[in-house]
Design a protein around this ligand. Structure first.
Ligand SMILES: Cc1cc2nc3c(=O)[nH]c(=O)nc-3n(C[C@H](O)[C@H](O)[C@H](O)COP(=O)(O)O)c2cc1C
Length: 483
């Protein structure tokens, strides 16, 4: 497609698959094609340069084509990483404002119902099937993303699909997978993650753990897989509920595991109890290499399924902002807002997870205080609900007149409404993990900052020194030739 040709407006209806969505992203001018970047460090570095240079503007999705040595294969980074692309993926009204998308998420959840997947007889993922001796994951342009990485990672924006051996539900998580050799990849799952709990169940029974790894798919599934849902709730059902129709799945040949019928590349195999290989290190989303190379379970790959001219999706964790950190912030903010309201909290006006905290470590909730203790209730809920619990650090509650997405506003509230001696609570021994650069035992502490006006002084708190909206509008109109 010619990048400069006039593009028709994208359709509003649900898209069929990643390729359809990609075309719509192109139509709104948010797709950048990059030809000739090498798998070895160049794709990762280009994503970093483009995302770090973006500032306030929305960086494009990056489609890598003509990858040296891999004719016909493409890689895609940053697919959901702008307000508009995320809104398109989720089926929300298009907006360029972060809080609009967060609010759409929260509004959707008011009447949201999960929709289980629908099994279909076949799908494009079966266009090519590679079996047993012919399996070679180096067939794909697997990127080496950062200079200090321990290997090439085939799964970064991936879906790791496993079935719980006890009660048969299917979990999907995004867990990194590093190529070990042509027929095996290492999988790193943090303690507490659902995939890890499931794997441990198989291993305790002395059984191999079957697994699928999808490495290119509908980005709605990536949004579901990369964010915490409750244990026992399948990401397929969650994603179907947002799509408004079931996700189509086909059964894998070996283990009958459900894979997205429209996926681009899926690997199938098993992990065996006691079988490990060195994995990592890997540049992480916090902006550090926090884990040393360590022994991790290995997936022995026995099948590869892929579409013709497949598109491998990439999410490259780096010192933020990264090619996925913005979308993670919006999703997390929407999920936290929904969860605290379900827990009974009223008066929430907005939630934002700051990109500097990589959508986990610096979260802000804004409330219209209605009663004594309301602000602290919001603060503690926003710190401890499921969506916010893992690897948190700072949570700030601000009044409703402060925009949680506006860092200047939030810092102003902290500077003027927070008394450090009485307005900072500390949580101890909270859920963290090996990627937290400060901790060693998978637990950390949380700083909870109440930056709201003290409720008992809410009516007598000093008024804000700024022009009224009416005065501003009148003066701006009169002097519009200057402004
Ligand atoms: C791009 C990206 C990469 C991730 N990599 C890992 C990883 O390597 N290991 C891990 O345990 N969690 C990783 N996560 C976080 C998990 O995907 C997330 O916690 C998710 O909720 C896990 O699924 P679960 O809740 O079903 O365990 C990653 C998330 C994203 C968005």
């Amino acid at each position: 497609m010619n990048e400069h040709a006039a593009k028709p407006a994208p359709s509003n209806g649900p898209y069929t698959d990643l390729r359809d969505l990609l075309q719509r992203v192109d139509q709104i001018g948010e797709l950048k094609r990059i030809s000739g970047a090498d798998w070895n460090l160049e794709m990762g570095c280009l994503a970093e340069i483009i995302y770090h240079a973006a500032g306030e503007s929305a960086p494009p999705a990056l489609l890598f084509d003509d990858i040296p040595g891999y004719p016909g294969f493409r890689c895609l980074a940053g697919m959901t990483n702008s307000a508009q692309r995320l809104a398109m993926t989720m089926g929300f009204p298009l907006s360029k404002k972060s809080l609009d998308v967060v609010t759409s998420y929260r509004d959707r959840m008011q009447g949201y119902k999960p929709i289980p997947p629908r099994e279909v007889a076949s799908g494009p993922i079966f266009e090519n099937i590679i079996r047993d001796e012919d399996v070679n994951v180096y067939k794909f342009p697997v990127p080496m993303l950062h200079e200090l990485d321990g290997g090439r990672y085939i799964g970064t924006d991936d879906l790791v699909i496993m079935r719980d051996p006890e009660n048969d539900w299917v979990n999907i998580g995004t867990y990194r997978s590093m190529v070990q050799d042509e027929k095996s990849v290492g999988l790193w799952m943090s303690p507490g993650k659902h995939g890890r709990q499931i794997r441990e169940k198989y291993f305790k029974m002395g059984k191999p753990c079957p697994v699928l790894i999808s490495c290119g798919h509908d980005p709605l599934l990536f949004l579901a897989a990369g964010n915490e849902l409750k244990f026992g709730f399948s990401e397929y059902d969650y994603a179907g509920g947002h799509r408004g129709e079931p996700i189509e799945i086909v059964k894998s040949e070996l283990h009958g595991l459900p894979m997205p019928a429209h996926a681009e590349i899926v690997l199938e195999g098993e992990m065996y109890p006691g079988e490990t290989l060195p994995e990592g290190p890997f540049g992480e989303f916090t902006g550090y290499y926090n884990r040393e190379r360590s022994e991790q379970p290995v997936v022995r790959i026995r099948r590869i399924y892929h579409r013709d001219n497949p598109i491998m999706s990439i999410a490259s964790p780096i010192r933020p902002p990264s090619d996925f950190s913005y979308s993670k912030c919006v999703m997390k903010a929407g999920m936290i807002w929904d969860e605290v309201e379900r827990a009974g909290l009223s008066g929430v006006r907005g939630v934002w997870c700051h990109e500097a905290g990589a959508a986990r470590m610096l979260n802000i909730i804004s409330v219209k205080q209605a009663y004594a203790g309301h602000a602290r209730q919001a603060l503690h809920l926003a710190a401890s609900c499921q969506s916010a619990s893992y690897l948190g650090r700072w949570v700030i509650v601000v009044d409703h007149d402060v925009d949680p997405t506006d860092t200047f506003d939030v810092l102003w509230a902290m500077s003027t409404r927070c008394d450090p001696a009485t307005d900072i609570d500390i949580l101890h021994r909270a859920w963290s993990g090996p990627l937290d650069p400060l901790v060693k035992d998978n637990m950390n502490s949380r700083g909870l900052i109440d930056a709201c006006r003290p409720f008992e002084r809410i009516d007598s708190f000093p008024p804000i020194s700024q022009a009224s909206p009416e005065l501003k509008a009148r003066v701006a109109e009169k002097f519009k030739h200057l402004l």
